[in-house]
Ligand binder design. Sequence first.
Ligand SMILES: [Mg+2]
Length: 317
Amino acid sequence: MPTDAPLDPLPDAPAPPAHRDHPVQGLLLDVDGPIASPVTRTVPPGIITDLLLLAAAGWPVVFNTGRSDHFIRTQVMEPMLAVGIPTGVTFHAVCEKGGTWFSFTSDGAGEVFVDQELALPTSFADDIRDLVEEKYSHLMFFDETKLAMVSVEQSLDATNPDYLEGQAHFDQDVFDVMHSHDMGARRLERDDPDSSGEIGYRIDPTIISTDIESVRVGKDLGAERALTLVAPLMELPHTWRTVGDSRTDYAMADYLHGQGFDVAHVDVRPADGVPDTPYEVITESPLIHEEAGAAFLARCVAALSWGAGQTEDELLL
Ligand SMILES: [Mg+2]
């Protein structure tokens, strides 16, 4: 069951290790897009197998997603358990863009933690649920599994063009609901502050969902939490690979680079535009989405066998 976390659950991120003499790389993975198909919203079996192999080889694997803990449990953890998670391996999942997190092993999922300071008011969530039911139930559904943020998602039987057209109207209605709760919000270029001039929340439209969240959550917060989850269990690797399909996913690599880690970002949807970065950006062109994610992970697995004894710089992943 979810529990309340301490008021300040996030200690300072640990410092990177001084030594660079082992080939273990950390993986920080967005889920929707590079791991789970944006069409079927399930994870291909080959990705499950490769993640198990990499984790068994000592690579820390952390999911950093806007999805709920429930989604990770059902779409990632349960398929891994069906194949078999080796004893001693721990996976971590930072969910809801840093608002919740949990770890899982061969024994299943551990406790789910919720940062209550980042959670939206229940009364607001109730109003959004009502809005969906009254006006948009033919296009989208209210995600009942979210514990900190409020999300609606395209119904599988709605077409994406129809959804996107409805989403624009829905998002405008969300502003009205936020106004009624005196909650200041930002959506793309539009700012609508609360009565004290503050903007505490973000309305974030994606191609299949709208997330309503604290402005403090994000993939950078998720990356920071990821390090705090891994650090007690192993020496943090100096080298990390972040994987994502959205521009916001670059914040994972930005954070790790800023902390002094050697990082490269794998962009599985580079058609959105690859920004200038102080670190390497890897693509698996012409593959995109989960096919690109699978190709990258397969190259990581291949490096396990021929990379034994080489330094991480020689692995070129
Ligand atoms: Mg994604």
